[in-house]
Design a protein around this ligand. Structure first.
Ligand SMILES: Nc1ncnc2c1ncn2[C@@H]1O[C@H](COP(=O)(O)OS(=O)(=O)O)[C@@H](OP(=O)(O)O)[C@H]1O
Length: 391
């Protein structure tokens, strides 16, 4: 038999016994090493260690906004569970992108996507990204008045700030459209990142009796901005605007007085009533602390826009980014305008309806109206703690 032949041929000697034992032990230790190696390292690609996965997700996060959208479910789950555990090693971030990511990842395409910002002259990359990736939120700050005070200028200037996103049109939610509901209102808002402030301006809110209560119902933390201007000049500006639309209306004097010789002013005329600032302010103070309301001087907004905007930025808790270097005085317009923004080739002034030539009003009429407004102004200065020097 073959076995017998073989056995007889290879007779076991003591040295061969030793070598086969050695081979057996060597093979066994090799196998043991292999098993240990497999257990320790080879399973990693199948079930990655959480630390490895954290680092991988973190690397992906820092790779930018676009890649963020391609995040794997594993990354999301990892981060979610971390947030539950309060682990801050890899912060939980869904679509709230940080500034450096946005700056790095968004190029000319994103800039082009934000048409409205380009139009306003400072389509920052961050704002463009906000429009694409942020959420629509109810405003945290409102420019509530006053009509013809300079509200458009404040809105257009403050929205240069990368941490502000503003609705360009006046939504009139808290006066005319309140019955449309908060979801309708929110839907009008631009998308904002978590770090950004959402704003809108509707100057008629300041004189709408229900507006303060309604705004306080939305949020008692809403920051309010009121741009005030000499009430006499404001009334003339208001009248000039109405006249441009309806040339057949009575003269300013006829509308302003019930009886001019007796100096009896018609306070039922809106152009007059709006300028009685203290009366409207008292209504706001039923719902908001005075510290929640910031008053911009309409006069200084023209002579020193950077100074006024500096104070607005402070009030909103923003870094002072808008400074002198953003403005130039346009001689043709006769007003400060925005300098050429980085993303646009043209400087930008406000439209033709801002900074109109006023209708000529008799100096005596102006004096009579000054006298009329003086006590209201004095009370207003005392309440807000600032003398606007309209007298
Ligand atoms: N930079 C700049 N450019 C143009 N106009 C400026 C500017 N800053 C303030 N103003 C003054 O803004 C006044 C218009 O105010 P509003 O924007 O609040 O008007 S409105 O209520 O929205 O219709 C407008 O009033 P009028 O001069 O009577 O037209 C301006 O005096």
């Amino acid at each position: 038999m073959a076995y017998r032949v073989l056995s007889s041929r290879v007779a076991p000697s003591s040295s061969s016994k030793f070598s086969s034992r050695f081979m057996f032990i060597f093979t066994l230790s090799l196998s043991f090493t292999y098993v240990c190696y497999s257990v320790l390292f080879c399973s990693a690609p199948v079930m990655p260690s959480s630390r490895f996965e954290e680092q991988r997700c973190a690397r992906r996060d820092s790779a930018g906004a676009k890649k963020l959208l391609q995040r794997s479910a594993a990354c999301t789950e990892t981060n979610s569970s971390q947030s539950k555990l309060g682990d801050t090693a890899v912060p939980l971030r869904t679509l709230s992108l940080n500034r450096s990511e946005l700056t790095r990842t968004q190029g000319a395409g994103a800039r082009g996507a934000d048409a409205s910002r380009s139009k306003t002259g400072n389509a920052s990359i961050i704002s463009a990204s906000a429009q694409r990736y942020g959420n629509k939120k109810l405003p945290n700050a409102l420019i509530v008045g006053v009509k013809k005070g300079g509200t458009r200028a404040v809105l257009e200037f403050i929205r240069i700030h990368p941490d502000v996103r503003a609705l360009g049109t006046e939504p009139h939610f808290f006066d005319r459209n309140y019955d449309k509901g908060m979801d309708w209102y929110r839907g009008l808002m631009p998308r904002t990142l978590d770090s950004q402030i959402t704003m809108e301006k509707t100057p008629s809110y300041f004189v709408t009796h229900e507006a303060p209560r309604r705004i306080a119902t939305m949020s008692q933390d809403t920051k309010l901005i009121v741009v005030v201007r000499n009430p006499v000049t404001r009334a003339i500006s208001d009248y000039t605007q109405t006249l441009s639309k309806k040339p057949d209306i009575p003269s300013f004097e006829e509308l302003a007085f019930k009886n001019r010789s007796q100096g009896l002013v018609d306070t039922s005329w809106n152009a007059i009533r709006i300028g009685m600032y203290i009366l409207h302010l008292e209504n706001w103070l039923q719902y908001f602390r005075i510290s929640q309301i910031h008053f911009v001087s309409g006069e200084r907004l023209i002579t020193d826009p950077a100074g006024e905007l500096g104070r607005v930025q402070d009030f909103l808790g923003l870094k002072r980014i808008i400074t002198d270097k953003h403005f130039y005085f346009n001689r043709t317009k006769g007003f400060p305008c925005l300098k050429k923004p980085e993303s646009s080739s043209t400087p930008r002034c406000l439209g033709k309806s801002k900074g109109r030539t006023h209708v000529q009003i008799d100096q005596e009429v102006i004096e009579q109206l000054r006298d009329f407004y003086r006590p209201f102004n004095v009370k207003f200065y005392e309440t807000v703690g600032h003398d606007f020097r309209w007298d």
